[in-house]
Design a protein around this ligand. Structure first.
Ligand code: AMP
Length: 614
């Protein structure tokens, strides 16, 4: 039986939400639905976007209203047109097996006469943005005198956007007997104040602690010189081939500049900001939702209410001024139980801001390092290898071409063929990154952070370290993230997770730090260890982070890891001592013709290196 039944939701609604894939209530639904179903409380729910808030209030509304009657009984106020449409659509979906449910979306930037007509026809639930709602009230086109429930969704956002007075005016047209349910991702004093003003001993529900972001979000920051910011950002994007991200900038100009630069560099990006017409914004959002756009470059205001699932990364190209804004930005990822990463690219002077946000969120951010050109090439190589492996073949369509294809490839061995396929993309990245510099701010700056109260990463920053950096031949291609790797290491070597220092997960390998005293124990724990049938290798890493320096792309660095790549070497043969062969080593014929298209459908070969400085 679907557990929503036990929460008190009736069968026709449960059947509808089952079809939407709601098999179990989310924590906020589990805790708020029984309370709201009583219909007798005011309610304050502190919860992030993407946690299932809409059903948390939408399902109880469907239970509590009288759909035999056709007058406004519930009003849901929310900050943006996007969210307004989303909520309306969600409630319609929840109620699709019920009769006589009328929900109207009231929002600016669309024909008011259509909305007036719908209201006139009769409606029980009005979902509205405050400005347009007030306009309709002022036209005396709606009667809220019998409203039983008012929902203030994303209350903090509505206040941020200056809707306080509009909300006051709207609520003054509703009866005192109504119940008010307020949802907010953060609880600044202004929200407390409106809770106090409109509510009578509300039932309070806090999912997580005050202002705490979603637990599924990993927060990382990168320290770069201001002039390297754009290059660093691109490198992070290249290191995440499947990124589906929102990039936050502080100004419209910045969003436009970055989107433009990215487009010129062959990325699939567009900007969203307040100077666009509603129609233009809808178009950009539609492309993003459909995933035909990979990177959305947005200002805080324009990105409010964006509720696209599956956003993998939020990138703070510029940090926001307020902790609350950071919470809102990062809340665009890790929705609906998924995980996500919120990345901040900062310069050394902004470290204090990161500390401030950490304090506000009560969460420690991870200092990450801009991947080297080598790391990017490796990641891209395995991304393409996985794509080739997993691609769905349309047997019917391709059948007719098979004889010709076979003929073309008849002189190639299987190994040659595989190398060529993998090299199509790989060669381009090798070319691009062959002389890529280290973009992490230099150590002298790192020392300065120490003076400013920042602890240098363990094992770096001079002095004798109490930690040893170890290399392990497992990485992100083995589907390890930092947390997984930490668990694996602790499990294998029976040491406490707290003693493990910095963990750096790369493509086919990783580094992690353990106290000097534990090195033997850890290495011993991996004796004869295997992962998915492969021997696991642990080695003591070279001098601190020096092996990361890119001695001119494929050329100089990485000697130390030579032994760690048996599986790649025996498989692909692209690697020699000291790293990739660079341009000379790969099979250049493989790139001839360059048929692969990237996410945007653009040829990646068309991406010129353009080092724009911002
Ligand atoms: P919301 O916070 O209401 O915007 O919901 C975020 C996403 O989670 C939406 O795509 C919902 O459809 C989805 N969702 C909400 N509740 C559930 C549930 N109980 N099971 C599965 N998905 C859900």
């Amino acid at each position: 039986m679907n557990p929503f039944i036990n929460l008190g939701i009736r069968h026709d609604i449960v059947n509808a939400i089952s079809e939407l894939g709601f098999e179990n209530p989310t924590p906020i639904q589990e805790q708020s639905i029984p309370v709201l179903l009583t219909g007798s409380n005011d309610f304050v729910g502190l919860a992030q976007t993407g946690t299932g808030k809409t059903a948390a209030f939408g399902l109880p509304l469907l239970e509590l209203l009288d759909f035999e009657e056709n007058y406004p009984q519930a009003l849901v106020l929310c900050p943006t047109r996007e969210l307004c449409l989303q909520i309306t659509n969600d409630i319609k979906n929840y109620s699709k097996k019920m009769s006589n449910v009328n929900v109207v979306a009231v929002y600016g930037g669309a024909s008011i006469s259509d909305q007036l007509r719908q209201i006139k026809r009769g409606v029980q639930i009005v979902v509205a943005t405050p400005g347009r709602m007030l306009d309709i009230i002022n036209r005396k086109a709606i009667d809220f005198s019998q409203v039983k429930f008012v929902v203030l969704d994303e209350a903090d956002e509505m206040l941020n956007m200056g809707f306080q007075e509009d909300i006051d005016s709207i609520l003054s047209t509703t009866p005192d007997t109504k119940k008010t349910w307020l949802f907010s991702a953060t609880m600044p004093t202004e929200v407390r104040r409106i809770a106090k003003k409109y509510m009578n001993e509300p039932f309070e529900l806090t999912m997580g602690t005050k202002n705490t972001g979603n637990a599924n979000i990993e927060h990382e920051y990168y320290i770069v010189r201001a002039r390297d910011k754009y290059a660093a950002f691109k490198r992070i994007v290249d290191f995440n081939p499947d990124i589906f991200g929102i990039v936050f900038c502080r100004t419209k100009i910045e969003t436009q500049d970055i989107a433009e630069a990215l487009l010129k560099d062959g990325y699939n990006a567009d900007s969203l900001h307040g100077d666009l017409s509603q129609q233009q914004r809808d178009k950009v959002m539609k492309r993003y939702r459909d995933r035909s756009l990979q990177l959305l470059i947005a200002t805080d205001v324009a990105a409010r209410g964006i509720d696209v699932n599956d956003v993998t990364h939020v990138i703070n190209y510029s940090l926001p001024d307020e902790v609350e804004n950071y919470t809102h930005r990062s809340g665009r990822t890790a929705r609906a139980g998924k995980t996500g990463v919120s990345i901040s690219i900062i310069n050394a002077k902004e470290l204090g801001k990161i500390r401030q946000i950490e304090r506000g969120l009560g969460k420690k951010f991870v200092k990450a390092e801009i991947p080297t050109g080598f790391d990017v090439c490796e990641k891209q190589l395995f991304s393409i290898v996985h794509k080739i492996h997993d691609v769905q073949v349309n047997e019917q369509q391709i059948e007719q071409y098979l004889p010709r294809i076979m003929e073309e490839f008849k002189d190639l061995t299987k190994e040659d063929f595989i190398k060529r396929f993998a090299s199509i993309e790989f060669n381009r990245f090798l070319d691009y990154y062959k002389n890529a510099p280290d973009l992490n701010a230099p150590l002298e700056e790192g020392r300065r952070f120490e003076r400013d109260g920042e602890r240098a990463p363990r094992g770096e920053g001079g002095g004798k370290s109490e930690y040893t950096r170890l290399f392990i031949n497992l990485g992100s291609v083995d589907e390890f993230n930092r947390g997984d790797l930490l668990g694996y290491i602790c499990n294998q070597s029976k040491i406490s997770g707290r003693t493990v220092g910095k963990i750096d997960v790369k493509g086919v390998y990783s580094f992690f730090e353990v106290p000097n005293a534990d090195v033997e124990k850890v290495m011993g724990g991996f004796t004869n260890a295997e992962f998915k049938g492969r021997p696991v290798r642990i080695e003591i890493s070279g001098e601190g982070s020096s092996e990361r320096r890119e001695g001119g792309g494929g050329g100089g660095g990485y000697q130390r890891r030579e032994g760690g790549y048996n599986r790649e070497r025996s498989g692909g043969g692209e690697r020699r001592e000291g790293g990739y062969r660079g341009n000379n080593g790969g099979d250049r014929n493989g790139s001839a013709g360059g048929g692969f298209r990237d996410f945007s459908g653009k040829r990646k070969e068309d991406r010129p290196e353009r080092r724009r400085r911002f």
